[in-house]
Write a protein that binds this ligand. Structure first.
Ligand code: SF4
Ligand code: F3S
Length: 107
């Protein structure tokens, strides 16, 4: 099992999740974070920390978010690790909750 970052992180990237992960399994892209499924120990700590409610257990993903399982695994291999909190993206609060953000994912 693993936890998965889903669509609502896109263009928000609050990074509160990074602060609590005991095994540093977050990786950072231009406007999205992903979890490396090979590193995640299912500790559950990050899930309640995300202001965008974007993190879910793999087997509790909301409908329509299934593609993010593969996206997290794929992008974690390409993107650098992030271990420290940084400021959220500009307009993160405006983008929080918007639909259709998967089309804006920058890889
Ligand atoms: Fe890290 Fe735990 Fe979240 Fe997995 S569940 S990404 S180990 S904080
Ligand atoms: Fe993204 Fe939420 Fe972390 S918006 S960067 S998953 S705190």
């Amino acid at each position: 099992m693993t936890f998965v970052v889903t669509e609502n992180c896109i263009k928000c990237k609050f990074t509160d999740c990074v602060d609590v992960c005991p095994v540093d399994c977050f990786h950072e892209g231009p406007n999205f974070l992903v979890i490396d499924p090979d590193e995640c120990i299912d500790c559950t700590l990050c899930e309640p920390e995300c202001p965008a409610n974007a993190i879910f257990a793999e087997d509790e993903l909301p409908d329509g978010q299934e593609a993010f399982i593969e996206l997290n695994a794929e992008l974690a291999k390409r993107w650098p690790s992030i271990t420290e909190v940084k400021p959220a993206l500009p307009d993160a609060d405006d983008w929080n909750g918007k639909e259709g953000k998967i089309d804006l994912l920058e890889k």
